[in-house]
Design a protein around this ligand. Structure first.
Ligand code: LCS
Length: 405
């Protein structure tokens, strides 16, 4: 699987202009919203030609829509891929890729730690189709090499990993995968193309939950896949068309709006997350802080190598047990207790009982998800206000555990 061209202009410009030519849309500055389910044919013969693929043109919005097309072209350019497809959720994107790349009895190598529902999907694929997954921390070439089998269909990587913020060295994974001609699929949700571009490192397919940083405003559920044209043509004619988890034109339009400010938003998410990390590390109720942009983070050298900055998510462990973690969340004032991430609002959640509750306890602990682990999606508010809220809740917890605090 080969990649295309290098970026011709800065990503700050690309998020605003790529994939759209206003001249083709009556000068409309903003891509028009084609809120339509179907497209009329001038004649029956034209309908026949379009279905036969002998004439370009739209047929039905599950098979393609002009607003969605602009989004797909823009994200393909941003990730430096040949083509892209949009889906109705990140999980629709993940499942479309996994179904397209596997058949019964195949094998998958996966990073030790992934989003809970992706773990759930891999478990279902094992039960239904005997597709077995080996999880590994992928720290050395040998670790990966030792797991490769003739039936290994793909290597699936999340980096940074949800919610432990561990990183996988993509260059190392690609090196081994190329030796065996195994495609590498990267869930790039936590970084967005602004912070990390896996295809430029040699990975084959990128997936996004566009619900997060790409949308950026907490109002859309959507997914994206970027990769080689031949692979995506196949997905569009199979899992996208026939399973049908497509995006609505309005949601594609909202994503195009959100994308324009991706670099500006992420710069603030990252600088806020850095400040909050420094403060958390100093608080006596916090035992561990995981932020890839922190020079003390074990994977900081990998961050420097493959990411522009550390991202907007910080995970940390508090002193205490599950009830203390819940008490801490309940004591927050404006920070919202909610799953999802990448929104303007700071969001906080308890992975063991929320995003990763579906993962059996043993696997969860292997991933590093303890009952004390909290995940914070640092928003765009003033970092001082975010810290003030976290600090008062941590202080309350300290007083509860030690009245003399
Ligand atoms: N991949 C990653 C890394 C994710 O974090 C999520 C959702 C998905 C895929 C699935 O995307 P969706 O279908 O929700 O658009 N992660 C969530 C989370 O951490 N909290 O709530 C959802």
């Amino acid at each position: 699987m080969e990649k295309k061209h290098n970026h011709r202009r800065s990503i700050d410009t690309m998020v605003i202009h790529d994939g759209y030519d206003s001249k083709q849309f009556q000068g409309s500055l903003t891509p028009p919203l084609y809120q339509t389910s179907t497209f009329t044919f001038e004649t029956a013969e034209q309908g026949e030609r379009r279905f036969a693929g002998d004439e370009d043109g739209y047929i039905y919005s599950r098979l393609g829509n002009p607003t969605v097309k602009v989004l797909e072209e823009r994200i393909a350019q941003l990730e430096n891929g040949e083509a892209a497809l949009a889906f109705g959720s990140g999980m629709a994107a993940v499942s479309a890729v996994l179904i397209a790349l596997t058949k019964a009895n195949d094998h998958i190598i996966c990073s030790q730690g992934i989003y809970g529902c992706t773990f759930g999907l891999l478990s279902m694929m094992k039960e239904k189709y005997n597709i077995h997954t080996d999880f590994t921390s992928m720290e050395t070439e040998e670790q990966i090499r030792s797991l490769i089998k003739p039936e290994t269909a793909l290597i699936y990587v999340e980096t940074p990993i949800n919610p432990t913020m561990k990183l996988i060295d993509l260059e190392l994974v690609v090196k081994v995968a190329k030796e065996y001609d195994i495609p590498v699929v990267v869930d790039n949700t936590f970084s967005s193309p602004y912070l990390q571009q896996p295809l430029n490192i040699g990975c084959d397919i990128v997936i996004h939950s566009a619900t997060k940083y790409i949308g950026g405003h907490g109002d859309v559920i959507a997914g994206l896949v970027v990769g080689p044209m031949d692979f995506l043509d196949e997905v569009s004619m199979t899992t996208q068309k026939d399973v049908g988890g497509i995006i609505s034109p309005f949601d594609a339009w909202l994503l195009l709006r959100g994308l324009k400010t991706l670099p500006v938003r992420l710069d603030r998410h990252c600088s806020n997350a850095k400040k909050i990390t420094e403060k958390l590390k100093e608080h006596p109720m916090v035992s561990k802080v995981y932020y890839p942009g922190d020079p003390d983070h074990a994977d900081y050298p990998i961050m420097k190598k493959q990411m522009k900055q550390g991202g907007g998510l910080v995970s940390f462990e508090i002193k205490g047990d599950k009830r203390d973690a819940q008490q801490f969340l309940n004591s927050l004032s404006f920070i919202s207790i909610a799953v999802s991430l990448g929104d303007a609002e700071t969001l906080i959640q308890h992975p063991a009982t929320m995003t990763h509750a579906v993962v059996p306890e043993e696997s969860r602990l292997k991933m590093g998800i303890t009952d004390q682990l909290i995940r914070l999606s640092v928003g765009l508010e003033s970092w001082e206000d975010i810290w003030k809220d976290l600090k008062q809740a941590l202080d309350q917890l300290a007083k509860m555990q030690n009245p003399a605090y």
